[in-house]
Design a protein around this ligand. Structure first.
Ligand code: ADP
Length: 525
């Protein structure tokens, strides 16, 4: 199989993508930690082993030294030549003693205080073993210094500190050397004795250990760490994948779906809960949007159907100019209603999307109420309803006068519309602590309890005697405006109504310069 450049690039891209994945990164972190821990532990064990091998070698040299100094070796003057020589005292017929002496003699150097090897009485050769000759030499000056140090440091009957050295022979074999100074039999002259042992076995053991560490433990730990990490990360991420799959199944058409909670009480459950709540909110606004578009199309269809019907009837049946005029007059009325709806909707959507900026100024609500009461006096009288305004001075708010007037006008025209002849509509305003309270109340037909929570919804009209809207019936948008204007001014609306007795709308707005009130709409009976 031949790899082309494109294939290699693709593989590179896939690997890069995989390495960015959470599972890969978790696994890599876990594996790295695991390897560091395992290798660290094995390395510590190696250091321990190395230390104990070293102690063994040191102990064995110490033992040899004690034997050597205690009984086996004496530096004595040769009776014939008068020169100092090394004498060995042991039973030559005892194989054990012979082995010990031979062992000691393997790596050995005995010199006088000037650093010159003295004669071995037994072999009549210089007391320097072949192995020692092959080691880097202790220079005479060094030996002299050590002897001087020893003599000055050691008090009679007290031993000085031994010197420890490590040396390699020409073939690379490592030796541990213990050197010290001993006196001749009669304490005439100090002698330098260096005794050694091979560390080759220790080195082999440690080298094998390191080999095992790098060839066995390191790759093994990496593989095991990666495998366990991959499995653990996979297990930990399974719920995340489930959540993602469940989330993918949720679309605009099945917003009722929820991600099932795992009841583990962990962070993931919290995420699922948050996600489900978000879907709930989305579902609510989807429902509202659907309802709104259904309402809008219904509202627009009704006058359009009416216009069409009137025009068709006129076309087919009208004979006189008078009849045509009447049909056109009715059609125009419906067209008016249509454009009212469109205008109101446009304004509402501008308001709700924040495009309608408030032009705030200091407004005395009492004065506004009194002005409006005056304006509505004539229609009120026409409907046979008494209209009165009672305003206290100092009802100042920081508000958009045009919007505030629109809000009160909507409430006032509703009150007049739903109050029968002989009834009463009262307007009042009074300053409270940090706020101003505005009341529009009437003695009209009231609103049944089941409808109260919906009256601020768009197109919501409390069903009256008939279902089809009469030409003078409102659009069901007035209170939506009232709610928006109150909210935009950080106000609170409260409605109380008793069917057959009347309705009371109370709007509390922050007084000029005071902090905002918590925005809410409350209804009560
Ligand atoms: P409309 O433009 O139809 O008046 P609104 O949003 O202003 O729409 O009001 C919604 C509904 O609330 C009205 O259709 C009416 O049934 C009811 N309503 C509002 N104000 C009053 C009131 N003062 N008395 C009785 N019913 C009211």
């Amino acid at each position: 199989m031949r790899f082309r450049r494109r294939d290699l690039l693709r593989i590179g891209r896939d690997l890069r993508r995989a390495s960015r994945g959470l599972r890969f990164r978790l696994t890599a972190t876990y594996a790295a930690l695991f390897v560091v821990l395992v290798v660290g532990a094995v390395w510590l064990a190696r250091a321990q082993l190395s230390a104990s091998l070293q102690t063994q070698a040191t102990d064995s040299l110490d033992e040899d030294w004690t034997a050597l100094k205690g009984s086996i070796l004496r530096i004595e003057r040769d009776p014939d030549s008068g020169a100092y020589e090394a004498y060995w005292y042991y039973d030559k017929d005892d194989p054990d003693e012979t082995t010990v002496v031979l062992d000691i003699k393997k790596v050995l150097l005995i010199t006088d205080s000037s650093g010159k090897a003295i004669q071995d009485h037994e072999t009549q050769e210089p007391a320097e073993s072949t192995i020692y000759q092959d080691l880097p030499q202790d220079r005479p000056a060094e030996i002299q210094a050590r002897v001087r140090q020893w003599v000055s440091a050691s008090k009679p009957g007290q031993a000085g500190k031994p010197f420890w050295m490590e040396k390699r022979d020409s073939s690379g074999e490592l030796f541990l050397i213990r050197a010290a100074v001993i006196w001749d039999e009669h304490r005439h002259a100090p002698y330098y004795v260096a005794l050694g042992t091979s560390l080759a076995k220790n080195e082999v053991i440690l080298r094998r250990y390191s080999f095992m560490l790098f060839v066995g433990v390191l790759p093994g730990a990496t593989l095991l760490g990666w495998l366990v990490g991959w499995l653990v990360a996979g297990r930990a991420l399974t719920p995340v994948r489930d959540v993602a799959q469940a989330a993918q199944r949720i679309t605009g058409s099945n917003l009722g779906l929820r991600i099932p909670s795992r009841n583990a009480g962990d962070e993931l459950d919290y995420l699922i809960l948050t996600f489900n709540r978000m879907i709930e909110r989305l579902e609510a606004s989807f429902r509202q949007m659907k309802q709104f578009s259904a309402d809008v199309s219904h509202e627009l269809r009704t006058p359009i159907t009416a216009i069409r019907g009137q025009l068709e009837v006129a076309l087919m049946t009208a004979g006189s100019t008078e009849q045509y005029r009447e049909a056109m007059f009715n059609a125009l009325q419906d067209i008016d209603r249509l454009s009212q709806i469109v205008r109101a909707l446009l304004l509402l959507s501008q308001a709700e999307s924040g495009q309608l900026a408030l032009q705030r100024s200091r407004v005395d609500l009492g004065l506004v109420l009194e002005d409006l009461a005056e304006q509505f006096q004539i229609p009120a009288e026409g409907a046979g309803v008494r209209l009165a305004a009672h305003c206290q001075p100092g009802c100042f708010v920081d508000a958009d006068r045009v919007q505030i007037e629109r809000m009160i006008t909507n409430l006032l025209s509703n009150a007049l519309k739903f109050t029968p002849e002989g009834g009463e509509v009262r307007l009042s305003a009074q300053p409270l602590e940090g706020s101003v309270e505005l009341v529009v109340e009437d003695t009209g037909r009231g609103i049944p309890a089941e409808h109260l929570p919906h009256i601020f919804d768009r197109f919501y009209r409390v069903p009256g005697s008939g279902t089809a809207p009469a030409p003078d019936q409102g659009l069901g948008l007035g209170l939506s405006f009232v709610a928006w204007i109150a909210k935009a001014h950080h106000g609170v609306i409260d409605v109380e109504s008793t069917p057959g007795k009347g309705t009371r709308f109370t709007i509390t707005l922050p007084a000029a310069g005071a902090a905002a009130l918590p925005a809410e709409v409350s209804v009560s009976q």
